[in-house]
Write a protein that binds this ligand. Structure first.
Ligand code: NDP
Length: 399
């Protein structure tokens, strides 16, 4: 059917690339382009021999001109941005200049401020519309599948949804005292920021890790969850009819929290540059360099993830509760694509989002969050491509 340019070659990209190669009827040709070309070449080597034709390229995705040249050379139907949130706008600029569709999994975050918001990317709406191209924002798991779940619940189960709790539970164990499951810099920026949730049309701010609850998850058991700010709260708060409150909770083990507190207390999580032996260094970037690479956690991580949403609202005048979730096994993912479940649960939806744009199902000029599209084809594809979902009308989750 067509060609995809994949930018970035880290943990998430590796899964998306494996999945594109499994789906060679749609992804006839892919180009893997990243800052470090040797990683792209290694993956190409591993996957060559399949039906999808693979090429590789070196690109600095902070440089719009380099991106434009690469797109003009490869002529993809879609660009899948799996680099870091800092590159979202340069890649969107390059897509605009070349009139190519755009997909990502995380919203833009300026390098010097730990503040992720959609306003920068939503500002591209008119320009994408005029150019006749689609930007699909947040096609990972959260954001991503959580938005598709919300749209599906709204379409099939509710007249209005009043409350959504997004529960991201990772019961995996990688055996290290401290490591992050995806890019350490992005992960630590996210969890050391103040928490917040959306209630009655405005944000309520909390201190980091201030709100804790214990949930008893299907197939996993009891886990401590902490309220965090998360990017999909911003778009779901606007796009889901009747919403009164939406919150996001994530699991953190005691060892992770103790290490994080200690690193914070000594200044290692700061993003303010400091002078060190004649160089300017950012402590958090230095910390990233000494922590285990998330891509290396695959073989050592055992256990499962359970990510989903609890919806409460009204159907035909009656109160209704509905729980939609996916359970993913770290070792199963590793056997299939050589990655742990956090990369897997993000990389598979990125492939699905790109597929739905390429095959025309979700082609719509403009910039959209994932819940703005018809969820049904995505829900079918989740079952087909490795992230089957389960539902419950009687969840008994909270302790
Ligand atoms: P990694 O750090 O493993 O990979 C990032 C990749 O981007 C690396 O290959 C890196 O290159 C490349 N890169 C970074 N800067 C540039 C640049 N300027 N030009 C070209 N390439 C660059 O991160 P992950 O795979 O863990 O995460 C990828 C994205 O997925 C992130 O945006 C993250 O926030 C998002 N994510 C989304 C989730 C969701 O559910 N929605 C969940 C988890 C992650 P190099 O190899 O040289 O470092």
């Amino acid at each position: 059917m067509g060609k995809a340019l994949i930018i970035g070659c880290g943990g998430v990209a590796s899964v998306t690339i494996h999945k594109c190669c499994q789906n060679s009827d749609v992804f006839e040709e892919i180009c893997i382009a990243s800052r470090t070309k040797s990683k792209c070449d290694a993956l190409k080597e591993k996957l060559s021999g399949g039906k999808t034709k693979i090429t590789t390229a070196q690109v600095d995705a902070d440089d719009v001109n380099q991106l434009i040249n690469l797109i003009n050379e490869f002529k993809p139907d879609v660009v899948i941005n799996l680099a870091l949130p800092y590159q979202d706008l340069t890649i969107m600029d390059a897509c605009l200049a070349t009139k190519v569709h755009y997909v990502d999994t995380a919203n833009y975050e300026p390098l010097d401020t730990a503040k992720f918001e959609y306003k920068w990317q939503w500002a591209y709406r008119e320009r994408f519309e005029k150019a006749g191209i689609t930007a699909l924002l947040g096609s990972g798991f959260d954001p991503g599948v959580t938005g598709v779940f919300s749209a599906y619940a709204m379409k099939h189960h509710f007249d209005e949804i009043n409350y959504i709790d997004i529960l991201d539970c990772n019961a995996g164990d990688h055996g290290y005292p401290f490591a992050t499951n995806f890019n350490p810099e992005i992960n630590i920026r996210e969890v050391s920021a103040n928490g917040s949730y959306w209630e009655d049309g405005k944000w309520v701010e909390t201190k980091p890790m201030e709100i804790k609850r214990v949930y008893n998850f299907p197939e996993i058991g009891e886990k401590d969850m902490y309220l965090l700010h998360h990017e999909e709260l911003e778009s779901l708060g606007l796009n889901i009819k009747g919403i009164k409150r939406i919150r996001f909770f994530m699991t953190f083990g005691q060892s992770y929290l103790t290490h994080l507190k200690c690193l914070e207390n000594v200044g290692m999580t700061s993003i303010e540059p400091i002078e060190f032996e004649g160089h300017k260094i950012v402590p958090l970037q230095f910390l990233k360099a000494v922590l285990p690479d998330p891509a290396s956690l695959g073989p050592r991580t055992v256990g499962k993830t359970n990510i989903g949403c609890i919806f409460q609202g009204k159907k035909d005048g009656k109160d209704k509760t509905y729980y939609l979730y996916n359970v993913c096994d770290h070792q199963e993912c590793y056997k299939e694509v050589g990655s742990q479940a956090i990369s897997y649960t993000t990389g598979v939806p990125a492939m699905i989002g790109a597929m739905l744009i390429m095959n025309g199902t979700w082609k719509k000029p403009g910039v959209y969050n994932i819940e703005e599209f018809d969820p049904d084809p995505f829900m079918d594809a989740l079952n087909k491509w490795g992230l089957p979902w389960k539902e419950s009308f009687n969840p008994d989750l909270v302790e």
